[in-house]
Design a protein around this ligand. Structure first.
Ligand code: GLU
Length: 310
């Protein structure tokens, strides 16, 4: 294998250009705003331990976090419950789609925090007495990971709240099992708002880096979550972050990650860096097609695979 490239001088624009001819995949059309995403958007960013942020062209183009918010919701839930969230949500991969209407057999808990059931639950566990205060707490938590205030796309939040039938079904199922303690509608509202948070590739890379660096934001120096929380979150990203494609992802890319329907993928390479890749067309498991290609090349070129002997 060629010797690894230096992340400080690695050519992210060349990597982006290599991925552009890839035309596979399909844009999510669950709500009009996602269906309207630009199929040509493709950006790659990395955030390094000294806080340096590097990105390709389009590294500052906005998109909604969607499921890339799930690791951060899990982190905030662990923080606000002092680890109690681990009793309320499982940590086993499902081998099923992100929105499967299915809970853990025997316990009625969501299977893990990286599928919709789990994220509906973790979003309900952050501190706050009502949906508005929980949404505010999530916004403040995400801002600490991002080192800046993040806006919410109000139309996306509204439509996902209104049109997320499977999320409503999951929330009602968890109410029936006694595992969700807020109302089903409140749970969907807060989760939909978190999914509708706007970021760009640079910001998402920094959020991933904060997890990769033990919970300390490398730009602000702020400890956002304890190191044990960051480790728990990254562990579950590694096993469950790419849904029913998690095994294939870990073998090929080898970096804990979370995919999303907006075509964004956040990666956390422990102790090394955070990265984000975005391109809206998705494969059958809901993973960005160009994102996967870019992530694998990034992992190969920068020698990021978790299980490479060094
Ligand atoms: N907001 C989306 C949903 O709940 C997120 C799913 C995803 O990004 O995989 O359907």
């Amino acid at each position: 294998m060629a010797s690894p490239s230096d992340p400080r001088s690695y050519d992210l624009d060349a990597l982006r250009t290599r991925g552009l001819p890839e035309r596979g995949g399909k844009i999510d059309d669950s709500i009009p705003q996602l269906a309207d995403a630009d199929p040509e958007l493709h950006a790659i960013a990395i955030a390094l331990p000294d806080g340096e942020l590097r990105s390709s062209a389009q590294g500052r183009v906005s998109f909604t976090l969607q499921s890339a918010v799930k690791p951060f919701l899990f982190a905030l839930a662990l923080l606000d419950t002092d680890g109690g969230a681990l009793d309320r949500v499982g940590i086993e991969p499902t081998g099923e789609a992100f929105d499967a209407v299915k809970l853990e057999s025997g316990t009625g808990r969501p299977p893990n925090p990286m599928v919709n059931a789990g994220a509906l639950l973790t979003a309900s566990l952050v501190s706050g007495d009502d949906p508005a205060s929980r949404a505010d707490r999530i916004a403040r938590g995400l801002a600490a990971f991002a080192a800046r205030e993040l806006e919410v796309d109000e139309d996306v939040a509204h439509n996902e709240h209104l049109l997320g039938d499977r999320n409503h079904a999951l929330a009602h199922l968890m109410r029936a099992e006694g595992t969700l303690t807020v109302s089903a509608d409140d749970a969907v509202e807060v989760y939909a708002r978190a999914c509708a948070t706007l970021v760009d590739a640079e910001t998402l890379a920094l959020m991933g880096a904060t997890l990769a660096l033990g919970g300390v934001n490398p730009r602000t120096g702020q400890r956002v979550v304890p190191a044990t929380v960051a480790r728990d979150v990254i562990s579950v990203m590694a096993t469950c972050g790419v849904y029913d494609g998690s095994g294939r992802w870990m073998r090929a890319v080898g970096v804990p990650a979370k995919s999303s329907v907006s075509g964004a993928i956040v990666l956390s390479a422990p102790g090394r860096l955070g990265a984000a890749v975005v391109s809206p067309p998705l494969d059958e498991q809901g993973t960005s097609v160009r994102g996967r290609v870019a992530a694998q090349a990034l992992s190969d070129d920068l020698d990021l695979h978790s299980f490479t002997l060094r």
